[in-house]
Design a protein around this ligand. Structure first.
Ligand code: CMP
Length: 140
């Protein structure tokens, strides 16, 4: 077990429905600590850069449009095994496949409007954290 940091986004479907607190409570109840948080409205360029790994996928343009359709809350989460723990509490990408009690099972509207993003590896967590936060904005 080791203390890790991972990256999370509360997506526009959740901010639109005023679920920032509800989602954050589920993260905190899972043992994750929010050590950085800010509400932003991503530019198209920012969203395209963030999801560059998906740029050849058929859903890329829709995904970028969705992610800039409203504000998001970007967060750094800290805790024991934070990356895996966050993925567990998020649930499957497609809410139809998400386990009971997960954020996406409780809140997600669709595979696109799926309420949260979470890093899928520690390597990507470090890249994604650095994409949105300066070191001094993260206070553990
Ligand atoms: P996220 O974890 O933010 O990473 C990429 C996102 O693409 C994913 O969550 C989904 O919300 C979104 N997405 C939209 N359509 C699809 C799809 N058909 N397959 C996988 N991801 C999709």
């Amino acid at each position: 077990m080791s203390t890790e940091r991972t990256f999370s986004i509360i997506k526009p479907d959740a901010t639109r429905r005023n679920l920032t607190g509800g989602v954050t409570k589920m993260l905190e109840d899972a043992g994750l600590r929010v050590v950085a948080s800010k509400r932003i409205h991503m530019t198209k360029e920012q969203a395209e850069g963030f999801y560059a790994v998906h740029k050849e996928r058929p859903f890329f343009n829709d995904l970028v449009s969705f992610m800039i359709s409203g504000p998001v809350v970007v967060q750094v989460l800290e805790g024991e095994n934070a990356m895996a723990k966050n993925r567990e509490v998020m649930g499957a990408t497609n809410p139809a496949n998400a386990d009971e009690g997960t954020i996406r099972k409780v809140y997600a509207e669709s595979i696109e409007a799926n309420t949260v993003h979470g890093s899928d590896s520690l390597e990507n967590a470090a890249i994604e954290i650095a994409y949105f936060f300066k070191p001094e904005e993260i206070v553990g």
